[in-house]
Design a protein around this ligand. Structure first.
Ligand code: SF4
Length: 271
């Protein structure tokens, strides 16, 4: 059962308010959305190519680990040169896989990294910022990002949100964007009554209803609510930003679908 309309409006307003608050902060302060290694954090904020690789690395590992990936890879290789990343696939694989491996899905991530470098050279002249240049629409940008192996719709939505809200990239048609279909987002949408069914379509429609002007703007706030308070087994409702308005359907869980798979080794789901 969805929460009643009045409650859904209140939940949406609370999420929007939290999102606006986050958007006014420096990206590095956004609840640990980036890594806590200063050099790695600086790299993903200064290098569009490192940012893109960090998006690739955001797959089934804690966010901090994912966002540290490009920096740690550059330390092992001695560079983040796109041509070398594209052509020296064995070296990239060795660097990613060397213990301690830079990622849980080490070989896959190495392949995606080399593929991304090749695509950047081939389609964007070796400049990742060209992907989001020219004020694309949210749909166009999502499609461009999703054309990279390893970036699905969920990661593309996350990237669009970060680029627009925290890196000041101009993106048109944000009303056509959406939140990422992420385990944290799904859990919060279910428990707060914005949806009663855990499907991409239900989540998209609920986000559009909650924030028609820019559904994707709810993404980070929702994700942080899930990560900080709405834990799978321990909902900290008394401390939660939605605590005053949420109907607290805490018996609802998404763990049977995707979260259990990505959390089986104890890692928090990345995005
Ligand atoms: S922690 Fe509680 S109040 Fe917050 S979203 Fe989850 S169920 Fe709602």
């Amino acid at each position: 059962m969805r929460a009643n309309a009045e409650t859904r409006v209140a939940v949406a307003a609370a999420l929007s308010a939290y999102g606006a608050e986050l958007a006014s902060e420096d990206a590095a302060q956004v609840g640990g959305a980036f890594t806590d290694i200063p050099e790695a954090d600086a790299l993903v904020k200064s290098s569009p190519e490192a940012f893109l690789l960090a998006v690739l690395f955001t797959q089934g590992v804690p966010a901090e680990r994912a966002w540290a990936g490009p920096y740690l890879l550059s330390q092992r290789l001695g560079h983040l040169d796109l041509r070398a990343l594209a052509l020296e696939r064995g070296a990239v694989d060795e660097a990613v896989c060397r213990r301690p491996a830079l990622h849980r899905f080490k070989h896959t991530m190495a392949h995606w990294t080399s593929d991304a470098a090749a695509r950047l050279l081939d389609r964007y002249g070796g400049d990742a910022s060209a992907i989001w240049a020219g004020a694309p629409t949210a749909i166009e940008l999502t499609e461009r990002l999703s054309a990279f192996r390893g970036i699905g719709r969920k990661k593309a939505a996350m990237a669009v949100e970060i680029l627009t809200r925290h890196f000041g990239v101009e993106v048109r048609g944000l009303e056509c964007g959406s939140v990422a279909y992420d385990v944290q987002v799904r859990r919060v949408f279910l428990r707060s009554g914005l949806v009663d069914r855990d499907t991409p379509g239900d989540i998209d429609r609920a986000a559009a209803e909650a924030c028609p002007a820019a559904p994707g703007s709810l993404d980070l706030a929702t994700w942080l609510v899930g990560r900080q308070w709405c834990h799978p087994a321990h909902a900290l409702c008394g401390e939660c930003r939605l605590g005053a308005v949420c109907p607290r359907f805490i018996e609802r869980s998404v763990e049977g679908v995707g979260a259990r798979r990505v959390s089986a080794d104890g890692t928090a789901p990345g995005r």
